[in-house]
Design a binder for this molecule. Structure first.
Ligand code: FRU
Length: 552
């Protein structure tokens, strides 16, 4: 929550006259309600994406399907809407869409190896035991211990492990010592973080995001028999030196963050985050070395720190963090920053390129449906009557092959909210969403999938190009869908989307409460799912959200 003076608050709340009469307790209560109302009525705040009830979030961490439920952990700052004092927040879902916020899973241990932050990592099951493996950061005892230097901070990074015996994964016990305490002796590194872990036969393998000065980004590969004792093997893959210099090696691509490595079809895929983007590489994995054959960008917009998991049907699901693109002062004042992108399904095309599409689970959110067929006589009238309310909608549009298009979301008074454009005849054919462009050339029909949620706009074209835009304009009326030349349109489907909570707090509980948030009242205490609720949800009753409140 941004800082607000008592007087300013009373002025805003129209309470100035009675100010003297407010006791300390009722002042705190009024302040709580003010914070809550501000977030709950903020039209820029997503209503069906996962985000904490307030404050800052970044990377998805350790997503896992365990005992019939999805667990998502993510980087979270309980002290406000700005990056710092990283914790792992926790949320549980039965369908990857409706979430119940849980108490913080991991917090820095005072005096411990993660005293300055619990950074990103993974969750894995060893037999029946859930493990979290993550990067702890702490002050270096000497300059030689520094592995993270971003121009602002200088930290030692170590890899830590925590286990749980709790079926709901609410409580975790940390090992007192790191499981990897320092980089391999002969290597000097540009970073040493974000463990990714998987099993191969009897062994555990672990990747770390890193880079070698003068050589570029790189992924370190370790192996272990017990998740506790790790031996460094070699570089899984290395990049090329950028030849540029910057205070933070991540900005030049000389440090790769958040590696995620997994088999998909007849290839392996590596995702890395660097230079503000997530890059995918597909290729071959032999002798524990990865050779990339194809590469691309996962999302050309506001999207970072991707992390995958297998869903209950063993589909590879991709998660990612949607950062703010507005100035820090604005999101601090708003009291929240960042959101989790919708789950996306990954597959390979015939040439080994990565295909990315919204996971079918998202369809549970669809409410009122409007449909227009390109060939209909009353096409233009049908198109003109469509409205998306509360900035919460899904659009699926199919455009004829080799025809460019311009789809505009605009308010009734005409002001444009977003433009999605494609011109195949331009020599640099590209898809454009407001100010962001991605090269995209096809002679096939184009199927656009668009998800609008407050200030978040996720746009997919033919499962090949994705652009997540942030749009902070608040339209003055419900939105119309304009297609500049409706003869290009083969079909259009528009759904109003249901919020996942009634109050834009997107989880229905105040369980993430910490200094910045302990204004949340006990009314919001988390309630575990009953067996009945779980069964009902599994049976697909999408109208009830998992904390027992009905979606609108
Ligand atoms: C990526 C990242 C990770 C790190 C975490 C800290 O966004 O920088 O490398 O573990 O965020 O919050």
């Amino acid at each position: 929550m941004g800082k607000i003076s008592r007087r300013a608050f009373l002025r805003q709340a129209g309470l100035a006259a009675g100010a003297g009469a407010l006791s300390r307790g009722s002042w705190a209560h009024a302040m709580r309600e003010h914070g809550r109302t501000k977030l709950a009525t903020d039209p820029r705040r997503p209503q069906y994406h996962l985000l904490p009830a307030a404050n800052w979030m970044n990377d998805p961490n350790g997503p896992i399907f365990y005992k019939d439920r999805y667990h998502m952990f993510f980087q979270y700052n309980p002290n406000g809407a700005f990056w710092g004092t990283m914790h792992w927040a926790h949320a549980i879902s039965s369908d990857m869409i409706h979430w119940q916020h849980e108490p913080i899973a991991l917090a820095p241990t005072p005096g411990g190896y993660d005293r300055d932050g619990v950074f990103s990592g993974s969750a894995v099951l060893d037999g029946n035991t859930p493990n979290l493996i993550y990067t702890g950061v702490l002050p270096p005892a000497s300059p030689s211990e520094i592995t993270l230097d971003d121009g602002q901070h200088q930290w030692r990074e170590v890899q830590c492990l925590a286990t749980s015996t709790d079926p709901d994964l609410r409580s975790w016990r940390k090992l007192p010592e790191p499981v990897i305490a320092r980089p391999p002796q002969h290597l000097s590194v540009t970073g040493f973080r974000d463990p990714g872990v998987w099993r191969e036969g009897r062994e555990w393998l672990l990747t770390l995001g890193s880079g070698i000065p003068g050589k570029g980004g790189a992924i370190l590969l370790y192996e272990s028999h017990d998740l506790r004792h790790w031996t460094y093997r070699h570089l899984l893959i290395e990049g090329h030196a950028s030849g540029k210099s910057a205070a933070n090696p991540v900005d030049t691509g000389d440090m790769w963050e958040c590696p995620d490595f997994f088999p998909l079809g007849n290839r392996h895929v590596l995702m890395i985050s660097t230079m503000g983007k997530v890059f995918w590489k597909t290729g071959r994995y032999h002798d524990r070395r990865f050779t990339a054959e194809k590469e691309g960008v996962v999302d050309f917009g506001s999207y970072y720190a991707a992390k995958t998991m297998l869903d209950e049907r063993e589909n590879r699901i991709l998660w990612g963090w949607i950062p703010e693109t507005r100035p820090e002062a604005e999101y601090r004042a708003a009291g929240w920053a960042g959101a989790m992108a919708l789950p996306r399904t990954l597959s390979l095309d015939r040439d080994g390129g990565l295909r990315i599409s919204p996971a079918p689970a998202v369809e549970v959110l669809r409410a009122h449906h409007s449909q227009v067929n390109g060939g209909d006589r009353n096409r233009d009238k049908a198109l003109a009557s469509i409205r998306i309310r509360d900035q919460a909608g899904e659009i699926q549009a199919r455009f004829a092959a080799n025809r460019g298009f311009l789809l505009r979301l605009r308010a009734e008074k005409g002001e444009t909210f977003a433009e999605i454009a494609y011109d195949p005849h331009n020599k640099d054919a590209e898809l454009r969403v407001n100010g962001t462009a991605a090269s995209f050339a096809t002679n096939e029909a184009v199927t656009l999938r668009v998800f609008l949620d407050g200030s978040v706009l996720e746009v997919f074209a033919n499962e090949k190009v994705v652009i997540t835009a942030r749009v902070y304009t608040v339209p003055s009326t419900p939105l119309l869908v304009d297609v500049s030349d409706p003869t290009t349109l083969e079909s259009l489907d528009v759904w109003q989307m249901r919020p996942i909570s009634q109050d834009r707090l997107t989880g229905g509980t105040g369980a993430l409460a910490r200094p910045g948030l302990d204004q949340w009242s006990s009314r919001n205490c988390p309630r575990a799912l009953s067996e009945n609720e779980r069964a009902r949800r599994r049976a697909g009753d999408a109208r009830r959200s998992i904390d027992g409140t009905s979606s609108v």
